[in-house]
Structure formats: C-alpha cells, structure tokens
Design a protein around this ligand. Structure first.
Ligand code: 5GP
Ligand code: MN
Length: 343
C-alpha cells in the first residue's frame, strides 16, 4: 500500500483545479535531468489522456542521453523557440512547476512564469522553497519529484490513466535521482511504486542500460581523462575536486550531458566525503556540481559559496569568473568546509 501524500482538503483542491483546467503548461528547471524531464513528461502523458491540452516547456535543451524518453520530441524549448514558449505560458490556465524551488532555476524563462496568471501547482523535493504557488507539494524527504508525481496521480485515482509511456518517464526520474536506487532509496514505498510501474510494462533493465550504460567513445575518454589526470584529492578536508576547462571539453568533443554523474565517482574512495566538479561552460562562467556522503551538506556549501543549493548530498551552483579563479576561490575557503558537516 502506497502511503498518502496529500490530505483530503488538498486532494479535493487539486482535483477540482485540474478539472477546471483546459490549457496546461508543465515546466521544470534549466539543464533538465532525468527527474525533471521524467516527472514532466510522465505527467504530460496522463493529462493528455484526460483530454487536456498540455505542453512541457523547458528553459533549455535536454541532454542527449534522455532522447529516448517517450514524448521528448514534443518539448517546447524556450532558448530555441522563445515565442512559442511565451504563448503557451500566456494561454495556460494551469502551470505545473516540477523539480525546482526557485525562479532563478528557470534562467531567462523565469519572466514567462512570473507574468503568467495561471493557477500554479508546485511539486518539488529540493530544500528551501522560494516560490509561491496555489498548491504546494514540497517534500525534501522524497528522493525524486517523479515519485511525488506518481503518488499524486495514485491518490487522485488516476493510475488507470497511466500509459506505458508515462510509466517509463516516471521510472527514469526515480532511477536517475537515486543513482539506480543506490542512494536516498530506503523508503519501502519506492518499491511499491516500482512494482506498479513494472506491472504497467516498464522494462527497467532496458532503461538502466539506456541511461547508465550507454556512452559515446568521446564521453568515455573525457571521463577517464578527468579521473586519471584531473582529479585532485585534498586529504585535509576529505574532498575530491575535478575541474575541466573549455579547451579540455572541446578536445573531447564535449556534448551536453557527457559529464553527468562524473562527480559521483570520487565518492567511491572511502576517505572522500565530498566531491566537487567544476565545468567551464563559458570563458567567465563555471558550473559547479557537488556530491557528498552522510552528514556533509553540499547544499549548504553551494548556497554559501556558489549561489546555488539542492539536497544535502547532491547540490549545484555557479561561479562567475575563469576556471582558475573558481578553483582558487574554492581552495581559499578550505578551512571553512568542516563546518558543513552537520553531525
Ligand atoms: P547536478 O549536480 O546533478 O547538476 O545537480 C544536483 C542537484 O542540485 C539537483 O537537485 C539540482 O536541481 C540542484 N542544483 C544544481 N545546480 C543548481 C543551482 O545552480 N542552484 C540550485 N539552487 N540548485 C542546483
Ligand atoms: Mn529531482
């Protein structure tokens, strides 16, 4: 039995607002990952079956590895088609905000959501909610937004509306945000949900292969190079740091998504409690991605130093400046990092 997420009042409110809605936009965070896209597309398929006019609008392009997700071709990408994205927001009477907690996670697209007068429903699992919405499901204890969307649909009694396409999207989101059920994955409900999804026909082995075991040659070489040549261990603070420059990314024919999950690998060293990956996306812009084990809070670290956030064990942020400056900035605060251990 999957436990309830919503109380009766919220459930009725949600059901009636969904009934009234005709034009629905579903949106998620910039650089959408498996959970952001999985929850959005999974919900889209169900709402379409309910006869709604639904569009998933993302701030920017999805990564190559997720091109297999059913429905991904129908995405409206704001950087590619800003006018189309804007018109969907203007027309919408209901907007779902999935897998993000702050307007800045929408990048340039934030103004489209801000100016929309649609009913807003937020479903998210990040720490530190900063967005107003008419209905809020903010559950940082949940390992993924996709699991929250499933539970919402389940409680609405709409499981019979869930197609295999929807189930594949939801499963992909749950799998990616738990590293194939290897962290944040001790909640027994997760496996009740997985059982339902597999009953709907999900081939979980196939989805695992597509997401975690499919690489281009250049991606494998880039990640190998990063670990062999670029990984730096800072033993005083039990940290691993990898920084890749624009030139290095070019050399290995970098494509969006190629460094996904690289930041996890150094955590396999028992002495490493947190891992930091810096990628120079532009000459003066560095994307920072962090992971930790146990009680070390990388979300606090990213909030404090990189204008970001996320979860205790997985968080991100950014640095405005060159890659060398980012590394120097990080190293100049080495003495502060033990404070992020929340033991
Ligand atoms: P990743 O390292 O996989 O990009 O992100 C890890 C987690 O941190 C995800 O839950 C993601 O949503 C969050 N995150 C990544 N970058 C940022 C950021 O710049 N700001 C905030 N607030 N969260 C981020
Ligand atoms: Mn997520």
């Amino acid at each position: 039995m999957i436990s309830n997420l919503l109380n009766q009042d919220k459930l009725h409110d949600l059901a009636s607002r969904l009934q009234d809605a005709r034009h629905i936009v579903i949106t998620c965070h910039v650089s959408p990952d498996g959970d952001a896209l999985g929850s959005s597309l999974g919900l889209m398929h169900v709402l379409k079956r309910m006869g709604k006019n639904v569009h998933v609008v993302t701030p920017d392009n999805p990564p190559r590895q997720l091109q297999f997700l059913p429905g991904i071709k129908s995405l409206v990408v704001a950087t590619r088609s800003p006018e189309v994205a804007r018109s969907h927001f203007e027309r919408a009477d209901l907007v779902f905000c999935l897998d993000f907690n702050a307007m800045k996670r929408l990048d340039e697209m934030a103004c489209m959501l801000e100016s929309s007068r649609a009913v807003r429903i937020l479903v998210d699992h990040h720490l530190g909610l900063e967005i107003d919405a008419d209905i809020v499901f903010s559950h940082p204890e949940s390992s993924s937004t996709s699991a929250l969307v499933f539970r919402m649909l389940y409680q609405l009694g709409w499981l019979d509306k869930m197609t295999l396409q929807s189930a594949e999207c939801i499963y992909t989101g749950m799998m990616t945000d738990t590293g194939n059920f290897s962290y944040n994955s001790n909640d027994p409900d997760l496996y009740e949900i997985v059982a339902e999804l597999v009953r709907l026909g999900v081939d979980k082995d196939r989805l695992y292969t597509l997401v975690f075991n499919t690489s281009s040659e250049s991606r494998l070489r880039l990640c190998s190079y990063a670990l062999y040549d670029k990984m730096r261990i800072i033993p005083e603070i039990n940290c691993a740091l990898i920084a890749l420059s624009l030139d290095e990314l070019k050399r290995f024919n970098y494509r969006k998504g190629d460094t996904e999950s690289l930041v996890n690998v150094p955590l396999s060293i028992p002495e490493v409690s947190f891992s930091v990956f810096m990628r120079q996306d532009e000459p003066e812009y560095v994307k920072v991605s962090t992971r930790s084990k146990g009680t070390f809070s990388v979300s606090r670290l990213c909030e404090t130093y990189f204008g970001g956030g996320g979860h205790r064990n997985a968080a991100g942020g950014e640095f405005h400046g060159s890659l060398d400056e980012a590394v120097e900035y990080f190293m100049s605060h080495v003495g502060d990092y033990p404070a992020f251990n929340e033991e």
